[in-house]
Design a protein around this ligand. Structure first.
Ligand SMILES: [Zn+2]
Length: 65
């Protein structure tokens, strides 16, 4: 049994990240941390509408009605 998954710490927030296909942003834990490390988070933040209408939440908004 030597199949224990390789894990790394997110460079941005130190959260433990499993190094496999389930972590597309590895070594970061999430896209946000990746953007922060790349220095692009500031730009991304300006684009986020205050209304909360983010395209990633399509599924969620469907359940609203
Ligand atoms: Zn992180």
């Amino acid at each position: 049994m030597s199949s224990s998954p390789l894990q790394v710490n997110c460079p941005t927030c130190n959260k433990l990240v499993t190094w496999n296909e389930e972590s597309p942003y590895r070594p970061f834990c999430c896209k946000r941390c990746q953007l922060i490390d790349l220095g692009e988070w500031a730009d991304e933040e300006k684009r986020i509408p205050s209304s909360g209408e983010i395209s990633d939440n399509d599924e969620w908004s469907e359940e609203q009605e």
